[in-house]
Design a protein around this ligand. Structure first.
Ligand code: 6PG
Length: 255
């Protein structure tokens, strides 16, 4: 694929400013996309960084313009655990955003982890994405926005280096057992994740990265050069849509 993205990098003074800026950018984009297409199909990121963004978006005083009735919430990835488990990305979003209720129940599409195997969960979610996301590109569902984080090992979503997951180019959703490559990965559980081709075909990708621990990885992602397979997040260079990084000063690579 010849497409390369021009990364837009927004540097905020600290994590709080990053969260406020990212929440406003999501709200602005949601209004634009609903005005243009009638819906805003959003894939949420897991982990800890986005929780403050979701909490802000739940605040109807600050983000009363967010078109929740026309926003479909999906998850970019999920840990293969029960939805009330502390490691669950669904639970993190429930606590931050869903519990306080601005999102209509019928617009919430979590990755079910109730199927017999992780592969069954992936297949079921792929079916949901194909049914609910009207816009397709080369047969893949095209989100209006995918939120992503960056792991210390360069993973994004649950596409972990050294596993088959980043290399899956035909499925929409796949599984990943990060422990098969790195036993130190935490939480130590297998994952269900959207795939590289789905990320490439999103209209917009927002990457949220906060703190000094992300600095080195961001420097390697921003460095020009061939896509390094072991540094999964460099797949972002091949996104067809607009890729915007929201980082804080602590994560800013030194020139
Ligand atoms: C997950 C996320 C994962 C996360 C990164 C960064 O399920 O954990 O999808 O890709 O975004 O690991 O996590 P932090 O935001 O906690 O640093």
């Amino acid at each position: 694929m010849s497409n390369t993205s021009e990364f837009e990098v927004k540097v905020l003074v600290d994590g709080e400013a990053l969260s406020h800026h990212a929440a406003k950018a999501i709200e602005t984009l949601a209004k634009e996309r609903v005005a243009e297409t009638g819906w805003f199909n959003l894939a949420l990121s897991g982990g800890s960084t986005p929780k403050a963004v979701y909490t802000l978006l739940a605040n109807q005083r600050e983000h009363g313009d967010m078109p929740w009735n026309k926003t479909r919430l999906f998850w970019g990835d999920e840990r293969n655990c029960k939805p009330d488990h502390p490691d669950s990305n669904y639970r993190m979003v429930y606590e931050a955003l869903l519990k306080n209720g601005p999102v209509p129940l019928e617009n919430i599409y979590p990755i079910s982890t109730a199927e017999p195997t992780a592969d069954d969960c992936a297949a079921k979610y792929a079916k949901t994405l194909h049914e609910k996301i009207e816009r397709k590109k080369d047969g893949f569902p095209s989100f209006d926005l995918i939120l992503l984080g960056i792991g210390p090992d360069g993973h994004t979503a649950s596409l972990f280096p050294g596993t088959h997951a980043p290399l899956e180019m035909t499925k929409t959703v796949t599984t990943c057992d990060p422990l098969s490559f790195n036993p130190a990965v935490r939480p130590a559980v297998d994952r269900i994740t959207i795939t590289t081709p789905v990320i490439w075909r999103a209209e917009n990708v927002f990457v949220l990265a906060e703190g000094a621990s992300k600095k080195e990885m961001l420097a390697r992602i921003f460095a020009s050069g061939p896509i390094e397979s072991e540094l999964v997040a460099r797949l972002l260079w091949r996104c067809q849509g607009q890729v915007r990084f929201f980082i804080d000063q602590a994560a800013l690579p030194q020139k």
